[in-house]
Ligand binder design. Structure first.
Ligand code: FAD
Length: 287
């Protein structure tokens, strides 16, 4: 197994594209090294991107933020302006593992590992985040919800890597939130996760919303019907009940040791509603 630590994105792409055997990109390594040590993968090449300066920055862009693929969860959490604009995204990132894990783990690693239960992904999907992908044939931008296609699978082709995440700017009176259910208080995999982002107009009517669910399907879901249930309303109890019902209806979960299908379907509605309430409180505080 060869280990390479290039200092540019172009070199990283060249290494990945030129490898005939199995090549893996290493960011924080908190998923990759566990799979390696457990014998699930036998890489011929590991390309470590933590040393690439351009991938380690958080920059302002069009009222939002561009976050490099190697930025750790800890570094993101320390960024006051990101926290202020997207508190739900930061709270999701800060649920990943422990302080030690967050010192290494990246949001891009979280999404490229393509677990349907990845915590930061529903929050980013609710936020309308996109990723910039670079590869031997050029660059492209895709919404976060289109990156993973199933457990452990992404749309990335040979030699492609995710360069950055873009969290967009947002109007005043906006709020977001992420909640997950786990059987213990921390260090566990989400049984269900729910992210909600919404904007209120001057009269308190919800003018835009996005609702996302994790761990209830083969990949993280963007649930348009749940958002429709509150758009155009004052997000009163009736609208929130409809949002919860739409969230439950969108689930197609599996049964496993963490929860039955029925349990996940029910909890998805409850969490989506609670996340919407927190997002609403945050949006109202900003008015
Ligand atoms: C003790 C422990 C607790 C954890 N708890 C949680 C939790 O609560 N919630 C949760 O969601 N996860 C959890 N995880 C999983 C893991 O920490 C996260 O998924 C983390 O965000 C992965 O990021 P990373 O940078 O370490 O990824 P890596 O391990 O470096 O990479 C993960 C995958 O993504 C690929 N990859 C990485 N960067 C790129 C890129 N730029 N372009 C293309 N592909 C890329 C890698 O090749 C690999 O396949 C936990 C892990 C541990 C060890």
């Amino acid at each position: 197994m060869r280990y390479e630590a290039p200092n540019s994105i172009e070199s990283a792409i060249g290494l990945l594209a030129g490898e005939r055997g199995q090549a893996f990109l290493l960011a924080g390594g908190t998923d990759l090294l566990v799979r390696l040590r457990s014998g699930f993968i036998e890489p011929d090449l590991i390309v470590d991107v933590k040393g690439i300066d351009r991938l380690n920055t958080i920059t302002s862009e069009n009222g939002g933020f561009r976050i490099g693929a190697a930025v750790s969860a800890a570094k993101l959490g320390e960024h006051k302006d990101v926290r202020k604009l997207w508190p739900g995204v930061v709270e999701a990132v800060e649920l990943i593992g422990s302080k030690q894990v967050q010192g290494r783990a990246t949001m891009v690693g979280n999404m490229c590992n393509a677990s349907p239960a990845a915590d930061s992904v529903p929050a980013m999907v609710a936020a309308g985040a996109t990723v910039a992908i670079a590869g031997p044939k050029g660059s492209r931008t895709v919404p976060v919800e289109e990156l993973a296609t199933g457990p452990g699978k992404t749309i990335l082709g040979k030699g492609e890597l995710v360069e950055s995440i873009f969290l967009p700017g947002r109007p005043p009176n906006s709020g977001d939130a992420y909640l997950r259910f786990i059987p213990r208080s921390e260090m566990d995999i989400a049984v269900v996760g729910a992210g909600v982002s919404l904007t209120l107009d001057k009269s308190g009517v919800c003018s835009a919303a996005r609702v996302s669910l994790g761990a209830v399907a083969e990949r993280v879901l963007l649930v348009a019907d749940a958002a429709k249930a509150i758009i155009g309303t004052k997000a009163d109890d009736r609208a929130l009940e409809q949002l919860a019902a739409a969230a439950s209806a969108a689930c197609r979960p599996i049964d496993d040791k963490r929860g039955t299908k029925e349990f996940r379907i029910k909890v998805a509605g409850v969490l989506a509603r609670r996340a919407a309430q927190t997002a609403l409180e945050r949006a109202r505080k900003k008015s």
